[in-house]
Design a protein. Sequence first.
Length: 417
Amino acid sequence: MEKLMIAGGRPLRGTVQISGAKNSAIALIPAAILSESAVTLDNLPELSDVAIYTEILEELGATVDWNHDRMVIDPSRLISRPMPNGNVKKLRASYYLMGALLGRFREATIGMPGGCNFEPRPIDQHIKGFEALGASVTNENGALHIKAKELHGAKIYLDVVSVGATINIMLAASRAKGVTTIENAAKEPEIIDVATLLNSMGAKIKGAGTETIRIEGVDALYGCRHSIIPDRIQAGTYMIAAAATRGDVIVDNVIPKHLEAITAKLQEMGVHIYEMDESIRVVGQTDYESVDVKALVYPGFATDLQSPMSSLLTQTKGVSILTDYVYSNRFKHIPELHRMGARIKVEGRSAIIEGGPLTAAKVKATDLRAGAALVIAGLIVPDGITEITGVEYIDRGYDHLVTNLSNLGAEVWRQHE
Ligand code: EPU
């Protein structure tokens, strides 16, 4: 078992390069299998989830050539093989294989997705979308069997604004006959990124990034080259870490517009922030005001930054209320922060956070962003060593974390037990 060890209390200083977005990458990789020829993805993050997806594609017969931040996927020999178990269970985003295989082969059998299960995460809106496009969906021993004689365009209103359902429907509908519209679609930048790739492959998608997306189905899609957008959650995490350690960090290779909500909230606390074209400088201060944070769908404050933010909010002078309107119970990190001395009360979908000191402890990451929260807490602690287990969750979303933090002056290392 591997542990992350942090001797905190050092202000982060320097520049950190942000890699491509995880939540784009794990949608773009399955999107590539809709193509008849090779797709090249640049600015790919080097993450465990990407490695698992690579294996899945190879199991389906694709050729994948992955070299650091570049991946070439040749899906010309792909087959729609049933995948009820195995690697698909390790990933949440394996659900994108449903839309992609349905679009290309009119059939998919995929085990119900795994990944970070901080609370039940239904996929009823994905299924509703597939059915509207003409597919039948049956649950066979925990795997979804999705089949259609023909896919036809449809008008689909999402009851819940869902990133996954919006992308999955775009994938299948791009190869349906006729026009599909998705109403109440999610507007996250990752959705625009997937639509950009599909359009470069020959799809006809308009309105990605707004609440109405129009997809005109085409007969075939072809290879292209695409550069993945920067990871706004990774960037936001480093911004929070810079503020939490009272450091001075340039977060480089970002799209500042994607970071408006976190930038505004940090400024409200008293953090100094300077925006440049492709980077953001975060200068921490000694005292911070308490603030209320509401995690919402984009362009609101990202739920994926809610857990890291809760660690920073222990550093204010007062009481902050952090409410998550996307997930009702994404608070598995709070009992771990309690071990580190945090004074936090969870009431319904809110965490009430009272400012105060943190102390070193042995804690456990139970999901990716809970892990990020504990890393930030560990960086804050002035004395002693924080030990974090569950490192495999953190590796799903933060590539080169130890190197990046060390380059910024943190004392952090991995230890094998
Ligand atoms: N929901 C439903 N039914 C559905 C789909 C979603 O009720 O069919 C609910 C969910 O339970 C949740 C809300 O709608 O309460 C939003 O879920 P969404 O579908 O948008 O989430 P997702 O697509 O499963 C992606 C990211 C998550 C991120 C959310 C929200 C991927 C692989 N995951 O999940 O990322 O939290 O969007 O932005 O893209 C992470 O990176 O740590 C992470 C969990």
